[in-house]
Ligand binder design. Structure first.
Ligand code: NAD
Length: 506
């Protein structure tokens, strides 16, 4: 960041060329508050529309996004250094798929549900999913299209307005989507962007929003959760990951090696679901390493011109973190099988790196690397692999490779994470149908799936009567009624009584 630029501006730098590509005005706390107020006003009309009308309008906007796919991919390439194909496959396509998924299912998922009551048969209970109001989204730089707009569209389908605080390291793509939104005839106030750094994120939390969806690092997540607690605003926290890939001795090794290479180096390793630890069974360890190294050595660093596989890291500090972790691992005895250092070229590039001889206590195995580095550990058996996999405070996702479906499922059941992908990689975040999120320090709440759409709604229960009647349980209390209640409580809820057993079956 250039120290001479005005404090009210963000300077945007292309990581592949280190060139300044733009400046963006930071939203002041007053501007954030006013954005939220305008969003609230716009939400009233939007939230009152039938779900089917919202669906029509959002599906129409998807066409605009798809028409602009080359422009969006180019913008992601310039701002983040991703290969264009990767920008299309991992950002534009899953966003379009998410809009399509909710387009098909939102009306059903958000339809009121009737809930039968076991005891109070004469009453009718309905649960309604109502819009919450304004949803604030605070997002990271690594998937600056898919993450904020995936959450934004989920919120919009549920009838909310949205205010996004994009990452200070990648605000341009959010502003590009906003241009498309405004040009498509939608109410501009329904979807707004407030660029800025952490203090702008804080201002958003304190601006009267009804919910925050935060994606970012664990330490920032703690601060966000504390601020949401003070403001009594519900939040979803999508935090860091350190995905282990457990490779059993019966795995398809070529599939495992190619999958690990893809998920280890995708987005230059800057994904919360990147393979960050390979736990290879000792019987296949050497053959697996040879295959991963073979594939990693063929990856081409590059950008922004031509075709390449692995781009730069987002900014110089990220490069320093990766370098520190790799050098530390080498000092502690790890072996560099390929890469291992900065690339000799302009931009923030690190060579695709495979490390063997890694041990569970090395920082490279414990901390999020967020770079193109795959540390490999040798394990004795499944128990050993599980023990290492579950030993960290992070629990976002994990991968298992085995040809035995029962064994893979047993391992999945014991992994302390929010999702497990067997014999494949990254399809968990990429599938809008399934809930995604972490356990332990990886956060709480879920994005995607039925769960996230309903969680963007305020749940209201309405209980109505079939036959209004004075309840025998109302006042006055008396000795006889107390005795009747005493007997009923003992029999109604017990499996030892006929009444209790009948009630259990209702
Ligand atoms: P970060 O925590 O530094 O920043 C995330 C966002 O929070 C940014 O927009 C930032 O401006 C904002 N922010 C910073 N301080 C804030 C504060 N005090 N209050 C409110 N907002 C604040 O994260 P990052 O470096 O942008 O992203 C990388 C991290 O994100 C990694 O740890 C990665 O694992 C995680 N991530 C998680 C997921 C997931 O789905 N679980 C997905 C992608 C990235």
């Amino acid at each position: 960041m250039n120290e001479r630029i005005a404090p009210s501006l963000l300077e945007c730098v292309a990581p592949a060329t280190s060139q300044v590509i733009g400046h963006v005005k930071i939203a002041s706390p007053d501007e954030v508050r006013s954005a939220v107020e305008r969003a609230r006003a716009a939400q009233r009309g939007w939230g009152a529309l039938p779900v089917a009308t919202r669906v029509e309008r959002l599906l129409a906007f998807r066409e605009k996004l798809l028409e602009a796919r080359d422009e969006l991919a180019e913008a992601l390439t310039t701002e983040c250094g991703k290969p264009r194909q990767e920008a299309l496959v991992t950002e534009v396509a899953p966003l379009a798929a998410l809009i399509g998924h909710y387009g098909i299912h939102a009306a059903d998922v958000l339809a009121p549900r009737t809930i039968p009551l076991r005891l109070l048969k004469h009453r009718r209970s309905r649960v309604h999913y109502e819009p919450r109001g304004v949803i604030g989204i605070i997002s990271p730089w690594n998937f600056p299209l898919l993450i904020p707009f995936g959450d934004a569209f989920t919120a919009l389908f549920a009838g909310n307005a949205v205010v996004i605080k994009p990452s200070e390291h990648a605000p341009l793509i959010a502003l590009k989507v906003k241009e498309l939104w405004d040009a498509s005839g939608h109410d501009p106030d329904l979807l707004q962007i407030v660029p800025g750094r952490g203090d702008t994120g804080q201002a958003l939390i304190e601006s009267g929003v009804q919910k925050i969806v935060f994606t970012g690092g664990v330490e920032t997540g703690r601060r966000v959760a504390a601020s949401c607690g003070r403001a009594l605003v519900e939040c979803v926290l999508e935090l860091g990951g350190k995905a282990p890939a457990l490779v059993c001795e019966d795995a398809n090794l070529e599939l495992a090696a190619r999958a690990i290479t893809f998920a280890g180096f995708l987005n230059a390793g800057q994904a919360c679901i990147s393979v960050e630890r390979v736990l290879a069974h000792e019987a296949i360890h050497d053959r697996l390493v040879e295959r991963i190294v073979h594939h990693a050595q063929r990856l081409r660093l590059g950008g922004p011109e031509g075709i390449w596989d692995v781009g730069p890291l987002i900014f110089p500090q990220q490069l320093e973190t990766v370098e520190r972790l790799v050098n530390d691992a080498i000092e502690r005895g790890a072996t560099v099988r390929c890469g291992g250092k900065r690339a000799e070229r302009t931009g923030d590039f690190f060579e695709p790196t495979v490390l063997t001889g890694c041990e569970p206590d090395m920082p490279v195995v414990q901390e999020e690397i967020f770079g193109p580095v795959v540390p490999i550990l040798r394990v004795r058996d499944d128990e050993h692999a599980l023990q290492i996999a579950n030993s960290l405070p992070l629990g976002l996702n994990a991968y298992v490779f085995s040809k035995n479906p029962d064994r893979a499922q047993r391992l999945a059941a014991r992994l302390e994470v929010g999702s497990v992908v067997i014999n494949d990689v990254v399809t968990d975040y990429g599938s809008p149908e399934v809930p995604f999120g972490g356990v332990k320090n990886s956060g709480y709440g879920r994005v995607h799936g039925t769960e996230a759409l309903r969680a963007m709604s305020s749940v209201k229960h309405v209980s109505s009567d079939r036959m209004p009647a004075v309840s025998a349980l109302w006042y006055p209390y008396g000795e006889r009624s107390e005795e009747t209640v005493r007997r009923l409580v003992g029999s109604l809820f017990s499996r030892r009584t006929l009444l209790g057993r009948v009630l259990d079956r209702l």
